[in-house]
Design a binder for this molecule. Structure first.
Ligand code: FDA
Length: 299
């Protein structure tokens, strides 16, 4: 529906974009590096650890890719300089994977080197299906030189259980999410029951078998969070369990988990390229679509 609205000629695109931006402000820290650092500080004040993401994806323009890599290296220096215990999260398609593997590898290694130097954890986000295989390879190529790097597994993908088995064998740091892209039924579960069931299976496997330091459970779903707490309590080796949530979503739940002394991380996107990220967030929830529709009618 959102895609239809965005592409529909019955709306004024500039107006629609302004309204989308208004709705999106809750999820996005702002446009500049300074906005990101301020948002990171404010997360810390609430007992949360920030994960900063410079918005952008599917970059094919070399200048844009260079700017993005420079932004991340600056960000890593600033986190360290400001003594902010945080992480960064990078999308491979924003640093060259939409061009070719080698360009992206060269760039992720640059970012990883800087993250290692500054002692800041680096997450590699997982994007749509066509990037999965290369993203896993990129991860393993990077993880070889820096063990403070993690990768993402999406519970809506049918291949994820076997990918997770492979990653666990390599002692990888993994973040489990449901998955945010639109994928074909041949490769992805579509019903929420199947996606949640697979999420549970993935959690059970990782808590029972992981040899890594970190297990990150990235969801706003209270049932899955409760399940993770039970699984972590029952697992033989104690992992550093991280709950990760997005900025502007379920803030009360974040507070409750912090009060219970869990490590809670907040994913904070910033930058100009806010549109695709915001469309994914809006699509995720009926209430957000209603919010946007109400803004449209009011305008
Ligand atoms: P679900 O969508 O079922 O929501 C559970 C509950 O959370 C809802 O009932 C509602 O209360 C609340 N909620 C969820 N979304 C909301 C919203 N937009 N607005 C308001 N309330 C909302 N995906 C991906 O494909 N690759 C990746 O690398 C990442 N990385 C990532 C990092 C972090 C830290 C998080 C939290 C998420 C991601 N994701 C992701 C996104 C993920 O795949 C998924 O799309 C969202 O987390 C929403 O799914 P939930 O697990 O929250 O469940």
């Amino acid at each position: 529906m959102i895609d239809d609205a965005v592409h529909s000629h019955s709306y004024n695109p500039a107006l629609l974009e302004r309204l989308l931006l208004r709705v999106s402000r809750r999820w996005i820290a702002g446009y500049s590096t300074a906005d990101a650092i301020n948002a990171a500080r404010s997360s810390l004040n609430f007992g949360l650890c920030p994960i900063l993401n410079y918005l952008g994806e599917e970059n094919t323009n070399e200048e844009q890719i260079t700017t993005t890599v420079r932004e991340y290296t600056t960000l890593l220096d600033l986190l360290s300089l400001n003594k902010i215990q945080g992480a960064v999260s990078v999308k491979p398609s924003q640093i060259g994977l939409s061009i070719n593997y080698d360009t992206c590898l060269e760039n992720i290694l640059k970012i990883s080197e800087r993250s290692k130097k500054n002692g800041v954890f680096l997450w590699i986000d997982m994007e749509s299906y066509r990037y999965v295989e290369n993203t896993l390879s990129l991860y393993l190529d990077t993880f070889g030189g820096n063990n403070q790097v993690g990768v993402v597994i999406q519970s809506y993908l049918k291949r994820s259980y076997s990918d997770l088995m492979h990653l666990v064998e390599k002692r990888a740091n993994v973040r489990i999410v449901k998955g945010a892209y639109t994928e074909e039924e041949s490769i992805a579960f579509h019903s929420s029951q199947e996606i949640d069931r697979n999420f549970s299976l993935l959690m059970k496997f990782i808590f029972e078998n992981a040899k890594s330091e970190i297990i990150a459970i990235a969801t706003h779903d209270s049932n899955l969070i409760e399940e993770a707490i039970t699984l972590n309590g029952g697992s033989k080796s104690k992992h550093a369990l991280q709950f990760q949530m997005l900025r502007g979503i379920r803030d009360e739940l974040k507070k409750t988990l912090v009060l219970k002394k869990y490590s809670v991380w907040e994913y904070i996107p910033y930058g100009d390229a806010w549109l695709p990220y915001s469309i994914r967030r809006i699509r995720e929830r009926k209430r957000n679509i209603i919010l946007l529709a109400r803004s449209l009618i009011q305008s």
